[in-house]
Design a protein around this ligand. Structure first.
Ligand code: FAD
Length: 430
């Protein structure tokens, strides 16, 4: 008899809620990770750095459990099929796992829960990837918040009252004794290694302490680059939020944005395809493919936009300030559907998070929760003036700046600004 502890986006052993409770409550715990074919099949880039990252982290977990006398089951396939096989192989007592709020994950978990229920096997789920999950922070009428500020206020009040604490050391004695179980390789899953480097999972206290002063300047090391670690749970959000609450509230506020967008997505799964504000679905996007290509490749002739896209293509990261600029440029200057930009980011960003990416894109396009009027169009030059005055960031990514080989602007700023405002205005009058 064994109990499975199913890891998904919580690839760590410290302060992992499902793991902690499984080891506290069950005698024979066998950790499990499934490389989900449903997700991997959608990845076009076969050297996607995220797959390599997950494989590496799962490998580290497995070695860790082996040092403690256990091991880890690593499977590749569609989760329902993998579970059907596991039910044949093992006498499963229960399955412990941390909750995931994305539409696909909820559907997948619903399917697994139903499958287990046929055999009377409990499927126990825990809160782990957030401080407050969708539904915990509601307004006075018990409804979800549609704007950020009151949500964040309520979140902070509750955070202060709750006194969140990380969990203590798990009871490793309850790991199921096992000889090392088989591993899996990238090539067996049809993937190749990636040259992209992943930043470390260390919460740099200096960066956090000075976050509010430095976070807007892409040439500075002013943000923590923990996005990928929050995405895959290689850092505990509870530990990070505690550090942030002691060092810098602006940083904590960013973690609240993350939970705000997760809540918005959970309550409004339609935002994956549609504008949060339905009237904005009437915008007649120009969707010029050549312009989109120039944007993707960092060849628009707008240095700050091009620097950002080149940074993204080369490293899988883009600074938040620049994400806002390139997203505004695509949707407003070029009038290209925000969903095109969103999909491109989803392919490239190491820290891709459906909820935050969708929220960020809808914010930039003016279609989202933000009350910001649509006629506010970012001016790439004034953004450069404010946030990269000495062109340090831009020159890093565009060494040919100022030479003939750098492209001419693909659109005139003033013309594009007026066109965007007129187009939005007309669409909203319908
Ligand atoms: P830091 O500035 O150090 O912040 C720490 C953490 O707080 C981040 O890692 C992230 O988890 C969270 N956070 C910070 N800002 C935001 C925000 N505005 N919204 C939600 N969470 C935030 N963030 C993602 O995690 N995944 C995405 O796919 C994503 N797509 C975006 C798309 C657009 C168009 C825009 C404008 C923003 C997007 N963001 C996304 C938000 C933000 O840009 C990144 O979280 C941030 O740049 C990641 O860098 P960092 O880890 O150094 O962040």
């Amino acid at each position: 008899k064994i109990t499975l502890c199913w890891f998904r986006r919580d690839l760590r052993t410290d302060d992992n809620t499902a793991l902690f409770y499984a080891l506290q409550q069950e005698p024979e715990v066998l950790p499990l990770f499934i490389f989900d074919k449903n997700i991997l099949d959608l990845l076009e880039d076969k050297s996607d750095a995220r797959v390599q990252f997950i494989l590496q982290k799962v490998g580290e977990l497995k070695s860790f459990f082996e040092q403690k006398g256990g091991s880890m089951l690593i499977k590749y396939g569609k989760p329902e099929e993998v579970y059907s096989e596991l039910l044949g192989e093992y006498d499963i007592q229960a399955v412990y796992t941390n909750r995931d709020y994305e539409p696909y994950a909820k559907k997948r978990d619903g399917g697994i829960e139903a499958l287990l229920k046929e055999k009377n096997i409990p499927f126990l789920t825990f809160k782990d990837q957030v401080i407050f999950e969708p539904g915990e922070i509601l307004n006075g009428s018990g409804e979800f918040y549609k704007v950020f500020t009151p949500f964040s206020k309520n979140w902070l009040d509750k955070f202060k009252q709750t006194k969140t604490q990380p969990l203590s050391e798990p009871n490793w004695k309850n790991l199921a004794k096992s000889s090392p179980l088989p591993e899996i390789s990238l090539s067996e899953m049809g993937f190749l290694p990636s040259p992209i480097e992943i930043p470390s999972a260390i919460a740099d206290q200096d960066i956090i302490r000075h976050y509010d002063e430095n976070r807007n300047f892409p040439a500075k090391k002013g943000t923590t680059r923990l996005g990928i670690h929050l995405r895959f749970g290689t850092i505990s959000v509870r530990k990070l939020a505690l550090i942030a609450s002691q060092l810098n509230e602006t940083y904590l506020n960013e973690l609240i944005w993350r939970e705000f967008y997760m809540m918005i997505l959970a309550y409004n799964p339609q935002v994956v395809e549609k504008a949060f504000k339905p009237a904005y679905d009437h915008i007649p996007w120009r969707n010029n493919e050549q312009e989109f290509k120039a944007w993707c490749e960092g060849k628009t002739g707008f240095p700050i936009v091009d620097a950002g896209m080149r940074e993204l293509n080369a490293t899988g990261f883009m600074h938040n300030r620049v994400r806002m600029v390139v997203a505004s440029f695509l949707t407003k200057h070029l009038l290209i559907d925000w969903r095109w930009g969103e999909a491109y980011f989803a392919k490239k960003l190491l820290d891709f998070e459906l909820a935050s990416n969708n929220g960020g894109w809808q914010w930039a396009a003016g279609t989202g929760t933000d009350a910001q009027p649509y006629f506010r169009v970012f001016n790439p030059d004034s953004q450069t003036e404010k946030f990269d005055k000495d062109l340090k960031y831009i020159k890093k990514w565009i060494p040919e700046l100022g030479t003939n080989s750098y492209p001419k602007p693909i659109v005139d700023h003033k013309f594009a600004r007026t066109r965007a405002i007129d187009t939005y205005k007309k669409a909203l009058e319908q």
